[in-house]
Design a protein around this ligand. Structure first.
Ligand SMILES: C[S@@+](CC[C@H](N)C(=O)[O-])C[C@H]1O[C@@H](n2cnc3c(N)ncnc32)[C@H](O)[C@@H]1O
Length: 395
């Protein structure tokens, strides 16, 4: 159900995520890893993303920036404030400013419609929304005036202070909702959403696809393998290419379902997906033969999803081949798939870095230079993937 910014969502009190996992196992004997992840991250009032913000150690200032560990395991072991990770919007407003350039370009390509939807999925606290809207207001005011921004997040969403800040930078009321229900003419964008969707875990053993389930031994959660829980898992693997013997990894059917729902909602426009991930061939290679599952707690990365259930983040790399393949089947043509560095440089961030080098070194120019360098660093955020898909028909 959609609501305008300014209203608070009611919060339910619930058992802990661990209790809920145990109850589901007691009822069914075993649950899929995707079911486990769904409870651990999203159980109402108890999951990592759905518990009260103070339990996640979050700052309530929408404009606050962080330093610290990213959610990409390769760059996650820095120390920082008591949060669990940072994402690109947390670094600096410059990230949103370049996404805003792309937003304005899509608006122009669509013929400058009077009513232009920008839907941010997994918008979290609204930092990126704030940066995009502020930058549009300054650099593309005609597009800004026509932009209706929708923030979709199934988690706790922005606080009252964050909502106030957002209202101040938007030309129209910002809509917040927990799912995408209304049609979209414009752009659907997400940053680090899909890696946080519940994923199944599978392996190839003796030539057969097996699924990992979660069960319990006394008070301990443990893993057990069995046949795939649904035919879609086998279809997915057959469609994209069977991984080699001995491989284990993740299959995120929720990402496919998400993309299909976006394609249904989009009447015309662009889908921009930014995340860490790889192609299916890369994910099936020796580099990730044990999968990409990673858990984050206070900037530390681990591979133990059963520790701190509900209090730590759990993620898996996004399979961009699946987004391309399933997207094309539902009318989304692939415009480009690039590294984040290449995408931002294509939008002109390199020129800004060069210009900053000639400016007097104030605290702000230094901060901006550092942020841009981080955003395009090939072994860090710059190595994230950016997928641009498009629906051209008005159907
Ligand atoms: C890792 S956070 C990223 C937040 C933000 N985009 C950023 O870059 O900092 C993932 C967000 O996606 C939200 N989320 C997860 N599943 C979702 C879904 N199906 N629809 C909308 N939001 C979802 C979570 O609640 C969480 O706020």
């Amino acid at each position: 159900m959609a609501s305008q910014v300014g209203k608070r969502r009611p919060r339910m009190t619930a058992a802990t995520a661990f209790d809920l996992v145990r109850a589901a196992i007691a009822e069914k004997g075993r649950i899929t890893f995707a079911e486990f992840m769904e409870i651990a991250l999203y159980a109402p009032g108890a999951g990592y993303y759905t518990a009260a913000p103070h339990l996640r150690g979050e700052n309530s200032d929408p404009t606050a920036r962080h330093s610290g560990g990213s959610r990409n395991p390769e760059i996650a072991l820095q120390t920082g404030p008591p949060h669990d990770y940072y994402t690109a919007p947390h670094l600096h407003a410059v990230f949103g400013a370049y996404i805003a350039r792309h937003v304005a370009q899509v608006w122009r390509d669509l013929g400058e419609p009077q009513h232009f939807d920008v839907v941010e999925m997994g918008a979290g606290r609204g930092i990126l929304a704030w940066d995009i809207l502020r930058s549009l207001r300054e650099t593309a005011p005609r597009c800004w005036e026509r932009t209706r921004y929708r923030m979709i997040d199934r988690g706790a969403g922005p606080s009252a202070e964050q909502q106030e800040a957002l209202v101040a930078v938007a030309a129209h009321p910002i809509i917040t909702a927990q799912s995408l229900t209304e049609p979209v003419l414009g752009m659907v964008l997400s940053n680090e959403l899909l890696d946080a969707l519940p994923a199944h875990r599978v392996r190839v053993k003796n030539g057969k696809l097996q699924e990992l389930y979660v069960t319990a031994q006394g008070e301990r959660l443990c893993e057990v393998y069995g046949d795939p829980s649904c035919p879609e898992l086998t279809d997915y693997v057959e469609r994209l290419g069977r991984p080699p013997e001995g491989w284990q990894g993740e299959v995120c059917l929720a990402a496919v379902a998400w993309l299909e729902s976006v394609a249904r909602a989009l009447t015309k426009g662009t889908v921009l997906t930014i995340d860490y991930g790889a192609t299916w061939a890369e994910l099936c290679s020796a580099r990730w033969v044990e999968g990409t599952l990673a858990c984050y707690f206070r900037h530390r990365v681990s591979r133990d999803p059963f520790a701190r259930v509900g209090a730590q983040d759990i993620t898996a790399h996004v399979n961009f081949s699946a987004l391309v393949n399933y997207g094309e089947a539902v009318g989304l043509s692939t415009v480009s798939m690039q590294a984040q560095a290449e995408y931002l440089v294509g939008l002109g961030i390199g020129e800004e870095l060069a210009a900053l080098a000639h400016q007097p070194p104030t605290a702000e120019t230094q901060r901006a230079k550092r942020a841009i360098t981080d955003l395009i660093w090939p072994d860090g955020l710059g190595g994230f993937r950016v997928l641009v898909q498009e629906k051209c028909t008005g159907r």
